[in-house]
Write a protein that binds this ligand. Sequence first.
Ligand code: GRF
Length: 202
Amino acid sequence: MSDKARLVVMISGNGSNLQAIIDAVEAGALPAQIVCVVSNKAKAYGLVRAEKHQIPTAVLSRKKGVSRAVYDAELGHFVANFQPDWVVLAGWMLVLSLEFLRFFPNRVINLHPALPGQFPGTHAIERAFAAYQRGELSQTGIMVHLVPDEGIDDGPVLATRTVPILPHDTLDSLEERTHATEHQLLVDVLRRLIQGVIDVPL
Ligand code: GRF
């Protein structure tokens, strides 16, 4: 029997945050095992990252004609079979309904590259940078939160970090700084959840 937390990591793309979790697990810095990486996209580079580390992967795409409710329920059953302690949405680009979430109350966490309430949805960093250029904000940030329902990038906040925007920043440099901050915060939050330092009701 392993006393390591069981993680299912769900991705849709590059998987740099997945990589941060893999690296932390392999370095012994996170008492966890990734029991499966699930992608809704067959071409997600994160799948290659997982395979390089002998982590089981699965592609579950929503097929034409399949309702969201049916897809989410099937996805929920599939993920539940891995008996995860935590389901980590690390760049998972589909909104999950209660048909999925009901399997994992208080156990699904999401990462968003903006502060709570800011820029929900896609292209958050780009929109933050545009707002900075218009003089509407002086910094941005990131957050990790629980996913209780279908709210987009919304839910009980577990942790935030601010990310400064510097005068010489380009969108690329801001994205790089934001992602580097995400990689640290996601691993840090997972460690604290697993150790029970962050209290989440079971
Ligand atoms: C991250 O910025 C995350 O906050 C957002 O999607 C991006 C995923 O990046 N939800 P990656 O696939 O982990 O590199």
